[in-house]
Design a binder for this molecule. Structure first.
Ligand code: EPU
Length: 417
């Protein structure tokens, strides 16, 4: 299994290009299921999760091709098997995003229940309740969600909590339902807006994406379209946090400061100077980082997907920080590994108290999820001596060419087999 070997202590410097967003690409690829005409996508990141989803869609009969500019074309004209098998779903929870589109287009779907997860329980009850409100008949048999509906009907749905993929699943299903659907307490994440933009290009009638109420007027069919995936705000934030932690100075291109204001505010608070122009964000650290408190929340709050990376930053910052995780109940697994590098962290319930230490020391560490792995890489970039990060298949799920990009910024990092 591949590992990353990092010699810490080099401030990151230089320019890097940000990839398309994983969490926008996955739902948008699933949107291809809604139409019998091809969907052409640009800026799709080359990631393991994207490959997993291509395998899943391929098994259903979706034809996949790459054009000369590495654009992805998905053609669900010959969709034949509305099934998401356990083998693929267990490796990627986002597979649940096929449920709404399959049910709306085929009138039936069999999707494996995702099961447990390293960061929390992560049930999908809100997805199911929303589809039931639209008239679907849903049961769970032998670990599979079995859903049927001749044609979904528009409904007023108010989710019990803010769910990103839940909002996306219901929005996609509602595009082909009969009548009007409103999703209240909807997720406002930029990825939801990017999906709505793509669906509109396919002919869907959607209003309010980006607010907490989304209204969808169903149509009888969607057409083909072309869409460019938005930049990855979490990859952007991860590189910025890495630059801040190492006392570096970087320029990130092909990104967008407006989609990560809460993260940029926290970086400024920690002592970074940030200049955002057009699709570029430049960060320069002015002195050693200061501790920053944070509390994760749905967008536009501070993203849970950036909590682990900020914990790494706080480990070597001046002062004491309190990090409160409100989205997932078990998302501090990285703390124990950071402690192995010499960090001073105490966890009580959903809060982590991080006392900054002057120095981390390299060690062998391993992570249980994607963003936790990113935090260990950041800590390794700062630590004295060698850090070996194991189980980096988590990183390959969500960061395109992470070691190449960090090397481009001067980091001494290499993949070892
Ligand atoms: N929840 C329920 N019932 C549901 C759905 C969600 O109780 O039916 C709970 C979850 O257990 C969690 C909270 O609601 O406690 C929020 O979960 P949400 O549904 O918003 O998460 P998700 O849609 O499964 C997406 C991202 C995650 C990101 C979260 C939160 C994708 C593919 N995944 O997950 O990304 O952490 O939103 O912003 O968009 C990552 O990229 O590393 C990652 C985990």
């Amino acid at each position: 299994m591949d590992k990353l070997l990092i010699h810490g202590g080099v401030p990151l410097a230089g320019e890097v290009r940000i990839s398309g967003a994983k969490n926008a690409a996955l739902p948008i690829m699933c949107a291809a299921l809604l139409s019998s005409a091809p969907l052409r996508l640009a800026n799709v990141p080359h990631l393991r999760d994207v490959t997993t989803l291509l395998n899943l869609l391929g098994g259903m009969g979706v034809a996949v091709s790459l054009d000369e500019k590495l654009g992805l074309e998905l053609d669900a004209g010959r969709l034949h098997t509305p099934l998401a098998p356990y083998d693929l779903v267990k490796t990627m929870r986002a597979s649940i995003l096929v449920l709404g589109p399959l049910l709306a287009r085929c009138g039936e779907a069999r999707v494996s229940l995702p099961g447990g997860c390293a960061i929390g329980q992560r049930p999908v009850d809100q997805h199911i309740k929303g589809l039931q409100a639209m008239g679907a008949d849903i049961s769970v048999e032998h670990g599979y969600i079995i859903a049927r509906a001749k044609r979904l009907r528009g409904a007023r749905i108010c989710t019990d909590l803010v769910t990103v993929t839940g909002t996306e699943n219901l929005m996609m299903a509602a595009c082909l339902a009969e009548g009007v659907t409103s999703i209240e307490n909807a997720a406002r994440e930029p990825e939801v807006v990017d999906l709505a933009d793509c669906l509109r290009a396919m002919g869907a009638r959607i209003e309010g994406a980006g607010s907490d109420t989304i209204t969808i007027e169903g149509v009888s069919a969607l057409a083909g379209a072309g869409h460019r995936i938005m930049p990855d705000r979490i990859e952007t934030g991860t590189f910025l946090a890495a630059a801040a932690a190492t006392g570096g100075s970087v320029v990130l291109r092909n990104t967008n400061a407006r989609i990560l204001e809460a993260v940029l505010d926290k970086l400024r608070e920690s002592g970074a100077s940030i200049d955002a122009q057009g699709d570029t964000i430049a960060l320069a650290m002015e002195g050693p980082p200061r501790s920053v408190n944070l509390r994760t929340a749905p967008y536009p709050g501070f993203p849970t997907d950036m909590q682990a990376q900020f914990m790494a930053l706080d480990c070597i910052a001046r002062g004491t920080a309190v990090l409160t995780e409100t989205i997932f109940e078990n998302r501090f697994m990285h703390a124990l590994e950071l402690q192995r590098l010499g960090a001073d962290i105490e966890i009580t319930g959903n809060a982590a108290v991080v006392k900054g230490v002057p120095q981390l020391d390299g060690a062998t560490v391993m992570a249980t999820d994607l963003r936790a792995s990113a935090s260990l890489v950041i800590a390794g970039l700062v630590a004295r001596g060698e850090t070996l990060v194991e189980r980096i298949y988590h990183l390959d799920r969500g960061y395109e060419c992470i070691e190449e990009k960090l090397s481009q910024l001067g980091a001494r990092i290499k993949r070892v087999h």
